[in-house]
Write a protein that binds this ligand. Sequence first.
Ligand code: ZN
Length: 75
Amino acid sequence: MPLVEGEYQFACTECDEGSVQVLHGPDDDDEDCEPQLVWEQCEDCRGEGIVYVDEKEAAEWIDGGYTPLRSPADA
Ligand SMILES: [Zn+2]
């Protein structure tokens, strides 16, 4: 899939390949219910594990020490 000019891809920092662990519970109605971790789709990358940013935002990511998975220069 060719990137649009100015578009960069980074691995999402909020999740593990598109999934995030979320703590559920305990349920107020059930005292025996233990809180548990469940996997949910990451909202930042919509479950893709990859975020797409424009050039300006990419510069901030790179400043923060992240390396783009893909950049327009790779195309
Ligand atoms: Zn994510």
